[in-house]
Design a protein around this ligand. Structure first.
Ligand code: HEC
Length: 245
């Protein structure tokens, strides 16, 4: 590719991003018009550069996909190669086609119901930790809003008063816990408890892995890198001595 075509492509991307960025605020209205999840899969792609993420919207790329990636799409479970019961939960299109998403009856959607089951029918199965209630509510709300392939990266990063309970734990629950709980926890590292997180915070494996530093396994495994803002918060918390606050 010549330098000129590269520059042209760059300008086209900038234009598309600017054109789409204004649609973010209208998520709610747009969501209400999409009732058929498979029909909406191509038409509803609403990516933007985050000039105004709606606090009421649940964005698939940032909020929902990481939950499926860390709690369901691990190898041996629901990824493309090991699709237990034909259910694949590692991408938007496969979640929509195999996950039993029902925008007409969101709470009846299969992937959501099985997370709330008790005992043997619960997903992910024992000994993995159950998906947390903040995660299951986000999934339900996302389906209620039309189960769209939407994405929004918030601009600005509020790093004042970073605390384990309000900042770090939610990041771990969203992106890591599914693979790092129970007896089969990845690398034998359990991140459900504060003590487990503190251990990897203090031996530099936490920052090494989420920053994709060489010499560490990149985390979340098989997922996208955490946002710069989340990495910054984890870094600040570790530098403060990884307190249980
Ligand atoms: C899809 C499953 C999966 C997810 C999601 C995941 N991990 Fe891991 N993690 C593993 C496995 C498996 C290992 C063992 C090493 C390997 O296979 O790379 C591991 C290893 C690690 C290690 C040790 C790294 C090293 O170099 O010694 C740390 C620290 C870690 N994970 C933290 C995290 C954090 C923090 C998150 C969330 C941001 C996360 N993991 C998300 C599966 C996962």
């Amino acid at each position: 590719m010549t330098r000129k075509t590269q520059i042209n492509q760059l300008w086209i991307s900038v234009f598309i991003i600017l054109a789409l960025s204004s649609s973010c605020k209208h998520d709610q209205e747009l969501a209400n018009t999409v009732s058929d999840p498979t029909g909406g899969s191509t038409a509803s792609n609403n990516n933007n550069n985050g000039s105004g993420c709606s606090p009421d919207s649940i964005y698939f790329v940032q909020r929902v996909l990481p939950i499926f990636q860390s709690s369901c799409a691990m190898s041996g479970c629901h990824n493309t190669t090991s699709h237990k019961e034909g259910i694949i939960l590692d991408s938007y299109s496969s979640i929509l086609t195999t996950g039993g998403i029902n925008t007409n009856n969101p709470a009846g959607s299969k992937v959501y119901r099985v997370m709330l089951n008790n005992g043997e029918d619960q997903m992910p199965p024992f000994p993995s930790a159950p998906v947390g209630s903040s995660q299951t509510s986000a999934i339900l709300k996302w389906i209620q809003q039309g189960a769209r392939d939407n994405s929004c990266i918030a601009t600005g990063c509020d790093t004042a008063n970073v605390k384990y309970s309000t900042h770090i734990k939610p990041i771990i629950s969203n992106f890591c816990q599914g693979c790092h709980s129970g007896t089969s926890a990845g690398g034998g590292i359990n991140l459900v408890t504060y003590d487990g997180v503190k251990a990897v915070a203090l031996n530099s494996k936490l920052i090494g892995s989420i920053s994709f530093m060489s010499g560490y396994s990149a985390m979340p495994k098989n997922g996208s890198k955490l946002s710069d803002c989340d990495i910054k918060k984890v870094n600040l918390w570790i530098n403060a001595g990884a307190p249980n606050n």
